[in-house]
Design a protein around this ligand. Structure first.
Ligand code: CTP
Ligand code: MG
Length: 252
């Protein structure tokens, strides 16, 4: 294969440093088990299933009982494809900070970077491949997304939780998309976004949104219902049901 024909090297940054406050008390969310296997391992396997992905950078909790060393140990003891390298780095206080720290560990020869939430452990490989392909085809930022089921209202948030909130606007539902991960980027564009966009409050929850702030174009490709984010306790029930359905379909 000539250099020109060789596809650009692709890495994925997996932010897994969150506490999982909305999931309730227990281990950090990425370490919670789904059918006996930590959510993070499911997420790493889902990304490593794509032949395009040659490196996985896992961003681990920065402190507490489970840190980078424990996460590295966890990856070492679970089977992952031979072709995939992985490294573990400690994360930060916000998702934006954790992604920035993960990006800093991506080697220079990588030109396509995916960012994938550890909290989306069941994304199908076809979705991963579709995102990679769109970046290889020339998009600088690619987001998998689905149409929204609920009508969405913009409100003036109330000071106290539970108090009535004034509705400000009702965007046309047909124009809205709920975005998922992995989001795919031209590496320099994403690095530039993380170097430029200020960290305020909770920080950006969406990397593509940071690229939009640079004025660069972002495109949406079809997402998948199994790429949902495990956020609240009911999502654990759904995730285990999806795994059970896959097992039944695989004939195990
Ligand atoms: N994340 C991270 N570093 C942080 C906060 C979040 O790496 N400081 C990661 C989470 O581990 C998760 C992804 O970003 O994989 C999406 O965040 P979210 O679903 O909000 O997870 P948590 O922040 O862990 O959950 P919660 O907001 O309920 O505490
Ligand atoms: Mg969070």
């Amino acid at each position: 294969m000539t250099d020109e024909a060789r596809p650009p090297r692709t890495a994925v940054v997996i932010p897994a440093a969150g506490r999982g406050v909305r999931l309730g008390p227990g281990a950090p969310k990425a370490l919670r088990a789904l059918n006996g296997t930590p959510m993070l391992i499911h997420a790493v396997r889902a990304m490593a299933a794509s032949r395009a992905v040659s490196l996985v950078v896992v961003v681990a909790p920065p402190d507490g009982a489970v840190g980078a060393a424990e996460v590295k140990n966890l990856l070492d003891t679970h089977a992952l494809p031979e072709r995939t390298d992985y490294v573990v780095v400690p994360g930060g206080e916000t998702r934006q900070e954790s992604v920035r720290l993960g990006l800093a560990a991506v080697p220079d020869d990588v030109s396509v970077v995916l960012v994938h939430d550890a909290a989306r452990p069941l994304v199908p490989v076809d979705t991963v491949d579709a995102v990679v392909e769109a970046v290889r085809d020339g998009a600088v930022a690619v987001v998998p997304a689905l149409p929204v089921a609920d009508t969405v209202k913009e409100v003036e948030p109330a000071e106290e939780p539970g108090a009535p909130e004034q509705v400000v606007a009702t965007p046309v539902r047909a124009r809205l998309r709920a975005v998922q991960t992995p989001q795919g980027f031209d590496r320099d564009t994403l690095v530039n976004a993380h170097a430029t966009v200020a960290l305020t409050g909770e920080g950006a929850t969406d990397d593509a949104g940071m690229v939009e702030k640079l004025g660069a174009p972002v495109v949406v490709v079809p997402g998948h219902e199994e790429a949902f984010k495990v956020t609240r306790p009911l999502d654990l029930v759904l995730a285990e049901a999806v795994l059970a359905r896959r097992r039944a379909n695989d004939g195990f």
